[in-house]
Design a protein around this ligand. Structure first.
Ligand SMILES: [Zn+2]
Length: 386
């Protein structure tokens, strides 16, 4: 498996090299199609190396590089667009360098995607036994299956994470609609609480993150006291990786359970269209112009990341889709500080409370959830009177 990753890494870097040289010497860009067309020749010339591997998996690796380049060209266009806008506003354009895609060191190249039925095969676990995955140039390996694989298997991703290996199985599954429930809510995701629904349900932030962060901060301090390259440092780094893995797994599990409960009990879910990356980037500012509230916002940003909003919404959306439920995204501006009853702008004396001149103190998150429900056209989103 290590050999598969290493050979795919070579292929990736060689393809990157070709694109670089072609651009540097002749100003031409090389497409995925052109690189893919060379695969047959590359394989024939290297039967003991590249020739051993799955052809379609190699195509996936070339596609991955193509995606990296597409994102790079997009960043170049965005930077140019920003410069033009600054000039037309009479401002001095900001110096912004867009990094060219880089070579990947083989220890950082950690995944290969296989097309099921073409160089890879999945055999599910039957009652308590091991599942098996077979990969071209590797053979059949035992896999501990974490949950049932539903639907037609499309791809198998072979992935290395430190010293562990994973197989990620992607399937095409038919949506199985759940029976209607008559409940439709707005959902506000916050920092103090994980989420609040417009009909008053509250899901608290999981406590395990606090404990885990103390352990991680402690290990990070200890790592800093060790000598670079020492065995001690390596051991601590491994323990750090293990801690992070535990946090990630627990958090993902928490997201799955919370999303499951919402999808099972609601016909329509309204959410804010939030961009977490924008929220976290703004506090730190740029290197030349550090954000004014860096220290103050660092804690808040960490909390936002902890909440893992992006991961949660993607899990929630996927579950909703496969259950035939509806998810509505609404404009997020001022949802918590607009009084839900009269629409007046409220003051916010504390993070968790807003005050309407007419309706008095309101729970900021609940008020936000009700505004989200209204904006999604769900009426008030509150529970009907009994
Ligand atoms: Zn009011």
């Amino acid at each position: 498996m290590a050999r598969v990753l290493a050979d795919h890494c070579d292929l990736y870097n060689a393809a990157l090299q070709e694109r670089r040289e072609a651009w540097r010497m002749q100003r031409v860009s090389v497409s995925y199609g052109q690189q893919s067309a060379q695969l047959r020749e590359i394989r024939a010339a290297d039967p003991g190396g590249q020739g051993r591997h799955s052809f379609t998996a190699q195509q996936q690796t070339l596609r991955r590089l193509n995606t990296v380049f597409a994102a790079y060209f997009q960043r170049v266009r965005d930077a140019e667009h920003d410069r033009q806008r600054a000039r037309s506003n009479g401002e001095k354009p900001k110096e912004r360098r867009v990094g060219y895609p880089r070579f990947k060191p083989s220890q950082r190249f950690d995944q290969v995607l296989f097309v099921a039925g073409d160089g890879a095969k999945w055999e599910p676990a039957d009652d308590g036994r091991w599942a098996h995955a077979s990969f071209q140039a590797v053979g059949r390996v035992k896999v501990r299956q974490h949950r049932a694989v539903v639907g037609r298997v499309k791809t198998l991703q072979l992935k290395r994470e430190h010293r562990r290996w994973y197989v990620i199985v992607v399937t095409d599954a038919e949506a199985v609609p759940l029976p209607p429930t008559g409940r439709s809510v707005g959902v506000d995701v916050g920092v103090a609480r994980f989420l609040t629904t417009s009909d008053g349900h509250i899901v608290a932030n999981p406590r395990f993150l606090d404990a885990a962060h103390e352990a991680i901060a402690d290990l990070q301090r200890r790592k800093q006291r060790t000598r670079p390259g020492s065995g001690n440092r390596r051991r601590i780094r491994r323990r750090l990786a293990r801690q992070w893995r535990k946090v990630r797994n627990k958090r993902r599990d928490f997201h799955h359970k919370t999303a499951r409960a919402l999808v099972d009990t609601c016909d329509t879910l309204a959410l804010e269209a939030l961009r977490v990356d924008a929220m976290t980037a703004s506090a730190s500012g740029t290197r030349d112009q550090p954000g004014r509230n860096v220290a103050q916002k660092a804690g808040l940003n960490r909390s936002i990341l902890d909440v893992g909003w992006a991961q949660f919404t993607s899990i929630l959306t996927a579950k909703a889709e496969s259950a035939g439920r509806r998810v509505v995204r609404v404009n997020p501006s001022h949802t918590s500080v607009t009084c839900h009853t009269c629409g007046t702008r409220c003051t916010r004396p504390r993070q968790d409370t807003v005050v309407c001149p007419t309706h008095g103190m309101l729970d900021a998150d609940l008020n936000g959830a009700r505004n989200i429900a209204t904006r999604a056209g769900l009426g008030s989103g509150q529970a009907p009177a009994a």
